[in-house]
Structures are given as structure tokens and as C-alpha cells.
Design a protein around this ligand. Structure first.
Ligand SMILES: [Zn+2]
Ligand SMILES: [Zn+2]
Length: 361
């Protein structure tokens, strides 16, 4: 199979011919038809989160099941599936609590990817979707209905669930509450539409790039603020009846944004950490404000998603026109042009570029 390989951090990916081990008893082999490019893929490829090389990244994938491991139930050969990075065992304590995104055994399992010399390549984020095929644990996949196109569905594997899930599952925003979203990029736009779905009364989008404001409003932001505004907390309160917000979502991987978020919340308010800065970057906050204001800081990984519960629900909202997926796609590229697609993403594009393979529906 053809795949885009990271041989050296911060260098273009290289298209190579690789092979996969056959699926083990609890794994499936999937022919990939679409894989969206996420900022996490780019952060890994730059080396900002460490890790070893060579690696195949890509974790927002859609494809068709080609082969099933001997113990796999619930899928048939030919099924269209969404493939996510949420590998989970189903029986550890976090899995039993409905938090498969932090499964104790998520990182286990050998990479099935080999190069021509038989060398094992890292299976980026348990998927390796920048390739014509993947072998993944059956828990990472869910079947898709016929009416959602491959490229549109691929967005549900990460960016959309990370944003909408942060609001609905992690923060549990109630109707009438107020929300600020720092970063109106791919994930931030989905936090915004998640806040609309949750019934938030104020959704204030904050970004350094004013060109993103029109898009933020199109996805449901009620107000926008330039992140460089002097005394940002005061400017935010002026938009919010003199109060801080109930929730400040940090949807960018920049430590300074976390410092800022803690200053934007009201008493009893919550900072929701969604973006992930490079390893070792630390944020600061005022503990006496947290204690004296009964404030909260919570983390949200992959929107605390349970794919069996959340993906069918989100597809239903998409059908009804209440979840904008199509508008999140900025471009479609063949695998051979993946470096151009990555460049375009780095150019400040708010939205997703999707690698589309032959046979995509
Ligand atoms: Zn992602
Ligand atoms: Zn588990």
C-alpha cells in the first residue's frame, strides 16, 4: 500500500510503498477512502510532541472493511466505517465509566506497519490513516449510514467530536449559560456549534486572526473579540452583562491562551482545556481566584466521546441541518499532494483539508 511517511521531523512527508501485518483476532483491515488532516498530525510531524520515527500519521479516516479478525463481531466485509483513534478495551475502570478516551490500555498493541526492509513504522495515534489501508482495533471503528459522503464523515473522527463533545460531554453546558471560545480554528468552530446545540445564550469567539470572525459567526458565535485587545477580560465582560463567562474553552495549543482563559471566567466558572500545547509548555493561573471563586479547570480529550453513542447522534443533527460538516472542508487532495495540503492548513486556514483516495463515495 502507498502511505505518506514521516522520516524526519519538520521535513515533507515521503510517499512510500509499505505493507501491513494481517489483522489479529480483535482487529480489522480497512481500505481508506478519505482521511482529514488534523493539527495534531502536523504537531507530531514537526516533532513538537516527541515520539519516534519513522511514522505514518493521519487519524480522521473513513474506509471500507476488507478483512475481519477471527473474533470480530458487529462488522461485515464491505461495511463503510469511520475510523477513530479512540482505541479502548471496554473493560477497564475508565471504559466502564463511559470514558473510553482515557482507557488504561489505549496505548497497547504492536504497530502493524512495515517498510520494504521489514522495519516497523510507528502507527501514528493508533491509526496511520495517511495510507491506502489501516489495521486497527475493532473498538476504533463504527459503521456509517449510506447517506453521508466519505470526506464529510471523516471530520466526525476527531475535529467535530473534540469540539462538540467538549461542550456537551465534558463541560455539560446548560441552556442559557455563557461561553467564550479561544481559537476559532477547526476545533474552535466545533466548540461554537456545540455551544449552539447546547443552548448557550452568549458565544464569544476570540482569535488573533480577524479573518476567522465571519466564519465564527456563520457557525453560531454571537460576538467576536480580537485576542490582542488591551484588558481582554474587561472587554469580554462588556459583551456579557458585566460578568465573566460560565465556560472558557481553550481550542488552541498555545500555553498563553490558557493563562488568558482563567481570567475570563466568572465565579463558579470553568476553564475547559481542549487544545494541547507542545510538551513542556506550562500555563499559569491565580490559585486564590480559583479557590475564592469556586472555579474549575477541566480537561477534555476527544470530546470525551463514546463513538457508539455520539456518532449516530451527530449524523442525525447533520441530516437535519443542525450540524455543519460540509462547511468545514476547505480542500480535497490526493495522497501525493499531502505536503501541499499540510502547507495550506498551516497557512491559517480555519478548516479541514481532506486526503481523498480512489473509490471515495
Ligand atoms: Zn485530530
Ligand atoms: Zn479500557
Amino acid at each position: 500500500m502507498k502511505a505518506a511517511v514521516c522520516r524526519e521531523f519538520a521535513k515533507p512527508l515521503v510517499i512510500e510503498e509499505l505493507s501491513l501485518l494481517p489483522p489479529e483476532a480483535d482487529q480489522i483491515l480497512v481500505d481508506i477512502t478519505a482521511c482529514a488532516i488534523c493539527h495534531s498530525d502536523i504537531t507530531y510531524a514537526k516533532g513538537d510532541w516527541g515520539g519516534t520515527l519513522p511514522a505514518v500519521y493521519g487519524h480522521e479516516a473513513v474506509g471500507r472493511v476488507r478483512e475481519l479478525g477471527s473474533d470480530v463481531k458487529g462488522f461485515s466485509v464491505g461495511d463503510r466505517v469511520l475510523v477513530t483513534l479512540i482505541r479502548h478495551c471496554g473493560h477497564c475502570s475508565p471504559c466502564a465509566e463511559g470514558m473510553p478516551v482515557v482507557c488504561d490500555h489505549a496505548g497497547e498493541g504492536e504497530s502493524p506497519i512495515r517498510d520494504g526492509e521489514g522495519v516497523t513504522l510507528v502507527q501514528g495515534m493508533a491509526t496511520g490513516g495517511f495510507a491506502e489501508q489501516v489495521v486497527v482495533h475493532r473498538s476504533q471503528a463504527i459503521t456509517l449510514p449510506d447517506d453521508i459522503p466519505d470526506d464529510v464523515a471523516s471530520l466526525l473522527a476527531c475535529g467535530v467530536i473534540t469540539g462538540v463533545g467538549a461542550v456537551v460531554n465534558a463541560a455539560k453546558v446548560r441552556p442559557g449559560q455563557t461561553v467564550a471560545v479561544i481559537g476559532a480554528g477547526g476545533v474552535g468552530l466545533n466548540v461554537i456549534q456545540g455551544a449552539v446545540i447546547a443552548g448557550a445564550s452568549k458565544i464569544i469567539a476570540i482569535d488573533l486572526n480577524e479573518t476567522k470572525f465571519a466564519e465564527a459567526k456563520a457557525f453560531g458565535a454571537t460576538d467576536t473579540l480580537d485576542g490582542r485587545t488591551p484588558n481582554l477580560p474587561a472587554a469580554l465582560r462588556a459583551l456579557n452583562n458585566g460578568r465573566g463567562v460560565d465556560y472558557a474553552f481553550v481550542a488552541v495549543g498555545v500555553a498563553a491562551a490558557f493563562n488568558q482563559a482563567a481570567q475570563l471566567i466568572a465565579a463558579n466558572g470553568t476553564v475547559v482545556a481542549v487544545g494541547m500545547p507542545p510538551s513542556g509548555h506550562m500555563a499559569e493561573y491565580d490559585p486564590s481566584s480559583i479557590a475564592g471563586g469556586c472555579q474549575h479547570i477541566v480537561g477534555s480529550k476527544m470530546g470525551n466521546t463514546v463513538i457508539e453513542r455520539d456518532i449516530p447522534w451527530l449524523i442525525e443533527l447533520w441530516r437535519q441541518g443542525r450540524l455543519n460538516l460540509d462547511g468545514l472542508i476547505s480542500g480535497r487532495y490526493p495522497l501525493e499532494q499531502i505536503n501541499e495540503a499540510i502547507e495550506a492548513t498551516l497557512g491559517g486556514e480555519a478548516k479541514r483539508n481532506v486526503i481523498v483516495f480512489e473509490g471515495a463515495k
